[in-house]
Design a protein around this ligand. Structure first.
Ligand code: NAI
Length: 331
């Protein structure tokens, strides 16, 4: 099948080309992100392949439809960048990669916790500058710390398992308690109670209209003063301005982010020669107790192999007219 592959970086092309040795689709790699302005590039392609910062809203989908596109394959688990209602209305089939490496995201989450707690990001700079003082770098033992996991699906459960191994007490908030987490001794509590008891709160639920700004002024007030907040899920789970206020008051003691509400304008690009116009993001960077990575939690070799293989297998199913197990909208 002819596929317009949007928003590709060299690593995407490398792994998709390798996986395509067996699938033999006609892949046309495009650098631009898919949005209304670039949607004409897909004209005549039966399928488009996209990533999380592409914008598949109604205007974009209408152009795709008019150009003959029928299939949308996202190289991600999350699909909040696709207007599924309109996609169904316009008779698109939409497929995704439901799990490519929950381990990758769980590892990165624990990495952020450890780095923030033991201030490894600051120690790295000090030692390179010949400053061997350890003043200001004091952390706390993770053993016996209470960790609240919000969203205990695949990634949340792996984070819980790792932290259980380190001796943490586990709390959970999820409408569907996970038996694997219950087996680790996790106590499920209402969100305000989890926030009140946790030394560390880590977010692993999807972004939906219900979870938008789940952590905002009101919920931050429930946190244990000085608690650590980690988000490797989706940026808009946290109201960033409220988090900045929480950092200024000390209510949030540490903030670790791999995702950010307005990340579309920043993440995945090298902007080191440019002026960053996002004042909210720039304010976040001024705090010594904030550690931000640019949506790299998924970024392991293993994950990229799985993403490429599953995406192309999804397209093979669609081309053959077979039902695809990874469909989120069928034609
Ligand atoms: P999953 O579907 O296995 O688990 C999500 C869990 O969240 C489910 O148990 C669900 O019941 C629960 N949930 C739904 N709404 C909730 C709410 N309002 N409050 C509390 N819990 C709620 O998903 P998985 O694979 O664990 O991924 C979690 C999230 O991680 C994804 O939605 C995605 O946004 C993010 N992600 C981030 C990546 C990164 O590179 N930073 C890479 C992959 C995923």
């Amino acid at each position: 099948m002819q596929v317009a592959v949007f928003n590709t970086k060299p690593y995407d092309r490398q792994f998709l080309t390798a996986a395509n040795q067996t699938h033999r689709h006609e892949l046309t790699f495009l650098e631009p992100r898919l949005n209304r302005a670039t949607s004409l590039l897909a004209h005549g392609f039966p399928a488009v392949c996209v990533f999380i910062n592409d914008v598949l809203d109604r205007p974009t989908l209408e152009v795709l439809k008019a150009g003959g596109t029928q299939f949308i394959a996202t190289r991600s688990a999350g699909f909040n960048h696709i207007d599924l209602k309109t996609a169904a209305e316009l008779d698109f089939a939409v497929v995704r990669v439901p799990a490519y490496s929950p381990y990758a995201v769980a590892d990165h989450t624990v990495g952020l916790m450890l780095s923030l707690n033991r201030k490894i990001h600051r120690a790295y700079n000090r030692v390179r500058e010949g400053n061997f003082s350890i003043e200001g770098l004091m952390g706390f033992d993770l053993h016996s710390a209470t960790v609240g996991v919000v969203g205990t699906g695949k990634i949340g459960a792996l984070v819980a398992k790792a932290l259980h191994g380190m001796g943490c007490r586990l709390l959970g908030f999820d409408p569907y308690p996970n038996p694997d987490c219950l087996a680790l001794g996790m106590d499920y509590l209402p969100l305000p109670e989890l926030l009140r008891q946790s030394d560390i709160v880590t977010l692993h639920c999807p972004l939906t209209p219900e979870s938008h700004h789940l952590i905002g002024e009101e919920t931050i007030a429930h946190l244990k003063p000085g608690a650590m907040l980690i988000n490797t899920s989706r940026g808009a789970l946290i109201d960033t301005q409220a988090a900045i206020d929480g950092l200024k008051s000390g209510q949030i003691g540490y903030l670790g982010l791999d995702v950010y509400e307005q990340e579309e304008a920043l993440f995945f690009e090298n902007l080191s020669e440019e002026v960053i116009a996002d004042d909210v993001f720039q304010r976040l960077l001024t705090f010594p107790n904030v550690l931000i990575t640019s949506h790299q939690a998924f970024f392991t070799r293993n994950a990229l192999i799985n993403i490429a293989e599953t995406t192309l297998a999804n397209l093979t199913d669609l081309a053959a007219g077979r039902p695809c197990p990874n469909a989120i909208a069928a034609r």
